[in-house]
Every structure is written in structure tokens, then in C-alpha cells.
Design a binder for this molecule. Structure first.
Ligand code: GLY
Length: 396
């Protein structure tokens, strides 16, 4: 009897050892559970600000909720998160909240004093239009694209990101600005006015030429000489140093060239996205769980804070990029995504219901050099996490 028991135990251990990897929880289950949790948490958030007109969640710092009006660059992310949740689970409550919070951002269609109008409107109204086909949203997006286009200087060939610090930067363009071009590409398709596309692609091409280093890491801020249209300064704003690789900036670049390839089928954009992916995935300072430190050159590594938002943007981009590459590379990208999504969806990164200021994810970094939003939740980490879950679910 004892022998039989020992034999059984040995067999059991061999089976666990052999099939242990296979028996890991299926990703599909993890994604479904993550959606359920995210929905409950986001509904708490939606209820919290429902009767606070114009307010949009930002973060949760030092035990306090932070929120903004629509002027903050992040205003479109919470409405966008609600759209992804509604796309996953079509219920009236989510739809009502998605519409309500989306409308709070509408006035940004007239924004001409910064480049963030793409983030603000495409994540909110863009998703709303994609999911519901709501006619009214088209006008908002087109007006927003026209506002954004006012910031394009044909002599420089790019959209100006910021208007401040004119004494330092003649014409600052930040890597994040790649994310705003999707709105222009939408406007070109919708209006049949090719000038939106010409601007977007000029911006993409000049960014590819001037923002990237030989190893395919990118500078955060490149400022152009107004007369010659060539860079006069290459610096950082939110990174560890001018020559460092600020993590979220690297993810913006990856995401940008991935969708630029999707929209144009221009192989140069695909190659650029693959090179950035290669740089990130093989970076010696990339942690094993693929949740980057806030900067790949942060002096405090391995004790530097992580930036979950950089991981979410990267995961979402890699899922899309994996559709465009050869099978071996696809496998590699999806292995990284698998680790990222499992990590983000674990207790280590996912907040308990009602905690974390009702944000879904913990451990992002907004602007380390300004001591702002360090190891905190961020509305855009949640947004790109939900986008990654949505993209993943469609492919599982
Ligand atoms: N677009 C600003 C940031 O990524 O922090």
C-alpha cells in the first residue's frame, strides 16, 4: 500500500514537472477575469465623478484622488476605457457612462495651443465612433483634426508639440506626438482631404529621421530650427537624461510606427516598429516580467520605480505588430505580451476592488523628474491595458 502510494506520488510529481508549464492558467481565462475586474473597478470610478460635471480621473497620489477638466492631455483616456469595457460587455450602464464622459471632452475639438488633441479626442470620440457609429462624433473628430492641423508648419514639416519654453526650444516636437497622427489619418479618410495625410506622414518621416539614435532608442524632445527646419536641440523632459531612453517614449514610438504601417502599408514604418521592438525586448535593463523601469537608463535600477503604462502601450502595440511579421517574430512578441499581461493582471499590479483610487492598475510613473505620479495609477495605463486586453481577446 505504502509502495503504491509512493509510486503514485512519484508519478504525480513527474506529471507536474513535465506538464507544469502547460497547466498554467490559460491566458483567455486571465483576460476574461481581468475584464470583469476592470469593469467593476471602472464603474466605481464612473459613479464617483458622475455628479462632478466636467471632471475626469487622472491618478491617485498620497492617498488622494486627482482629477482634471478636459484641458489635461489625459482627459480622453477614462472615456476611452469605458468604450473598451462596453465593447467587451455591451450593457446599458457602461454605454451611458461612456457617452457621458466622452461628452466632457468635446470642447477640446477647438484646442489649437498644444498637440494633445489627438490623444484627447481619438481615444474618446474615436472609440465611440468605431463602436457605435454615432454620426455626431464625426464632426467632433473632424473639427479636432482641423485644430491639430493648425499646428503644422510646412517649413519644418512637423506638428509643433508645445508652445512653452520658447527661449529654449524654437519648435519642440516630442516623441509622444506620433500618437496624435492617427486622428489626422482618420480625418483624411473621412473627409477625402489628403492634406491631413500629407501632414501626418511628413511628421512621421521627419520623426523617424531625427528622433532616433543608431540603436533605435529615441530622444524625448527634438526642437527644430524654424528657418532651416533641422534640429537645433535634442533633449529630454520626462526622462533620466538627454541621452537616456525614457520608457514611455520608447513605447509611444513602437505604437506609432505600428499603426502607421497598419494605415499606410509603407514597409519603412514596419521596419522601424520592428527595430524599436527589438531594442526594447532585448534591452539589458528590461526586467524579466517586461514591465519597464520608468527609464531604461534610470540610475536607481534595479531599485527604480516601474512604469506599468509603458508596459501597457508596448503590449498593445506588440499585439498589433505581431499580425504583420513572420511567424518566428510573432511568437517572440506574443511571448512577451503573455508575460506582460499575466504580470499586469496579477495582484502585484492589479488593484483590489475599491482601492487604488478606483484605477485598475498600480505602479506607473508619470513624470519622475518632476516628482509627479511616481509609482501611482494613471488613466492611460488603464486605457492601454484595456486596449491590449481587447486586442488579445480578439486573437485568442
Ligand atoms: N504624453 C505625455 C506622457 O507620456 O507623459
Amino acid at each position: 500500500m505504502n509502495n503504491k502510494r509512493t509510486q503514485f506520488l512519484l508519478l504525480f510529481l513527474v506529471a507536474v514537472f513535465t506538464f507544469g508549464r502547460v497547466s498554467a492558467q490559460p491566458l483567455k481565462e486571465i483576460v476574461n477575469k481581468a475584464f470583469q475586474n476592470a469593469e467593476q473597478q471602472s464603474l466605481l470610478m464612473a459613479k464617483k465623478y458622475e455628479n462632478q460635471p466636467g471632471s475626469l480621473p487622472k491618478s491617485f497620489e498620497n492617498g488622494k484622488d486627482t482629477f482634471s477638466d478636459s484641458r489635461w492631455w489625459c482627459s480622453g483616456f477614462f472615456p476611452g476605457s469605458l468604450w473598451y469595457l462596453y465593447e467587451n460587455n455591451k450593457n446599458e450602464q457602461l454605454l451611458r457612462y461612456a457617452k457621458l464622459y466622452t461628452d466632457r471632452v468635446e470642447r477640446e475639438k477647438y484646442t489649437t495651443d498644444n498637440h494633445d488633441v489627438g490623444f484627447m479626442l481619438y481615444c474618446s470620440f474615436g472609440n465611440g465612433l468605431r463602436i457605435t457609429g454615432e454620426e455626431r462624433y464625426k464632426e467632433v473628430l473632424l473639427t479636432g483634426a482641423k485644430s491639430l492641423a493648425t499646428r503644422f508648419d510646412p517649413n519644418v514639416g512637423l506638428i509643433r508639440s508645445w508652445d512653452h519654453n520658447r527661449e529654449v526650444w524654437q519648435y519642440p516636437v516630442i516623441i509622444d506626438n506620433l500618437m496624435n497622427l492617427e486622428l489626422l489619418l482618420w480625418a483624411a479618410n473621412y473627409s477625402k482631404d489628403s492634406s491631413f495625410k500629407i501632414m501626418a506622414l511628413s511628421h512621421a518621416d521627419k520623426t523617424m529621421k531625427h528622433h532616433f539614435r543608431p540603436d533605435y532608442s529615441s530622444y524625448h524632445v527634438v526642437s527644430y530650427d524654424l528657418k532651416s527646419g533641422i534640429p537645433h536641440k535634442k533633449q529630454t523632459h520626462q526622462g533620466a537624461g538627454d541621452e537616456s531612453a525614457w520608457s514611455r517614449g520608447q513605447s509611444w514610438g513602437l505604437y506609432g510606427y505600428t499603426y502607421l504601417y497598419r494605415e499606410t502599408k509603407d514597409k519603412r514604418y514596419l521596419e522601424q516598429a520592428k527595430r524599436i521592438a527589438n531594442y526594447l525586448i532585448n534591452h539589458p535593463q528590461m526586467p524579466k516580467n517586461f514591465i519597464p523601469y520608468w527609464d531604461y537608463n534610470a540610475p536607481q535600477i534595479p531599485n527604480a520605480p516601474r512604469d506599468a503604462s509603458a508596459a501597457c502601450v508596448m503590449a498593445s502595440a506588440l499585439i498589433e505588430l505581431s499580425d504583420f511579421v513572420e511567424p518566428e517574430l510573432k511568437k517572440k512578441y506574443m511571448q512577451v505580451v503573455d508575460v506582460q499581461i499575466r504580470t499586469l493582471s496579477s495582484d502585484e499590479y492589479t488593484a483590489k476592488l475599491g482601492e487604488n483610487g478606483d484605477f485598475i492598475l498600480k505602479h506607473s510613473t508619470g513624470a519622475y523628474p518632476f516628482k509627479s505620479e511616481i509609482d501611482a495609477p494613471l488613466s492611460y495605463a488603464d486605457y492601454y491595458y484595456l486596449e491590449a486586453l481587447t486586442r488579445l481577446k480578439k486573437r485568442l
